[in-house]
Write a protein that binds this ligand. Structure first.
Ligand SMILES: [Zn+2]
Length: 267
C-alpha cells in the first residue's frame, strides 16, 4: 500500500537524520577544538525538602572543579583548552527522566534510550536540538542511612547524563566526581571497574606503571575508586585526586588533540 510505504520512508528518514545528528555531535565534542558546552539541569529526585534546599542554593560555581579537572587532565594529553568546559546551570526540571529497564533486554534498552532522547528533546523547550550540548540531569536525594543511590549513567548517543547525587553540601565534591565520570561516558569513555566495583588493573589505576598492590592516593576517573594504604576500596575526596588514564584518554579521542599539537611522525 502506498500509505504504508510513505510511512516507512518517513520513519527511515527520521532514523537516518537521528543517526546523522548523533555522528555530527560526536565528531564536534570529540574534536577538542573548543570548550565543551555542558548544561546541568537539577531535579528533585525524592521530593524531599533537603533536595529542594540544595537545588535552591546551587550555583554554577559549585561545578567549577569539573572544568578545572578536565582542563588539567586534557592538558596532560596535549589539548590546550582554557576553559575546557562552558558550564550552564539551567533552572530546575520538574519531571524525572524515564528509568532504565531493570533487566538487560536489548530491545527494552533500545526502546528506553529512544524514549530518553525524546524526553530530553522535549525538556529543552526548543524546536531544534542543541547540537553538541552535553545535558546532565542531576537528581538530588536526601542521604538515607544504608540506602545506596540508584546507578548514574551517561550515554554517548544524545550526549545525555543522568546522575543521582546526594543533597548534602558536604557531598558536593564527590557528587562532582560522579558527574565528571558520566560526562566522560557521553564522550565515549568506558567503565574501568569490575563487578565488585574494584578498579581493573592497570587501566583503572592512577600511576599504572606501579604494581597493583601498591596503595594509591589518586583514582582513575572511569574506575572512580582507589585502594588506599589501609587496603580499603574508597572514593577519593574530590576531583583533585582523580586522573584520566591513557585508555580513557584514547577512548575520548584525546590522541587527536595530541597529534594536532605535536604532529605525527611522517606527517
Ligand atoms: Zn560508568
Amino acid at each position: 500500500m502506498m500509505f504504508r510505504r510513505i510511512r516507512i520512508l518517513i520513519l527511515l528518514g527520521i532514523l537516518a537524520a537521528a543517526a546523522g545528528l548523533t555522528w555530527l555531535e560526536q565528531s564536534m565534542v570529540r574534536a577538542w577544538r573548543g570548550p565543551l558546552d555542558v548544561a546541568v539541569i537539577p531535579i528533585n529526585g525524592d521530593g524531599s525538602a533537603q533536595a529542594a534546599d540544595t537545588i535552591r542554593a546551587l550555583k554554577a560555581s559549585d561545578f567549577a572543579d569539573i572544568g578545572a579537572f578536565l582542563e588539567r587532565e586534557t592538558a596532560r594529553y596535549g589539548v590546550k583548552l582554557s576553559p575546557a568546559v562552558q558550564l550552564t546551570l539551567l533552572p530546575e526540571g520538574h519531571e524525572k527522566p524515564p528509568a532504565p529497564p531493570r533487566d538487560h533486554s536489548v530491545l527494552k534498552t533500545v526502546w528506553w534510550s529512544l524514549k530518553l532522547r525524546w524526553w530530553v528533546y522535549r525538556q529543552s523547550g526548543e524546536w531544534l536540538p542543541q547540537l553538541g550540548r552535553i545535558k546532565l540531569f542531576v537528581l538530588y536525594h536526601a542521604p538515607q542511612e544504608g540506602v545506596p543511590l540508584a546507578h548514574s549513567l551517561g550515554l554517548q548517543k544524545g550526549l545525555i547524563g543522568v546522575v543521582h547525587a546526594f543533597a548534602d553540601s558536604r557531598q558536593g565534591q564527590q557528587n562532582n566526581i560522579v558527574i565528571a565520570h558520566e560526562l566522560l561516558h557521553t564522550l565515549g569513555a568506558t567503565d574501568k571497574y569490575d563487578a565488585e566495583g574494584r578498579p581493573v588493573y592497570p587501566q583503572g589505576y592512577a600511576e599504572p606503571e606501579l604494581p597493583s598492590q601498591r596503595p594509591r592516593r589518586e583514582a582513575e576517573i572511569m574506575a572512580g575508586r582507589l585502594v588506599n594504604a589501609a587496603g580499603r576500596l574508597v572514593m577519593p575526596p574530590s576531583l583533585d585526586q582523580c586522573v584520566i588514564g591513557a585508555m580513557t584518554a584514547h577512548e575520548i579521542n584525546l590522541d587527536e588533540g595530541f597529534r594536532r599539537r605535536y604532529g605525527s611522525p611522517g606527517g
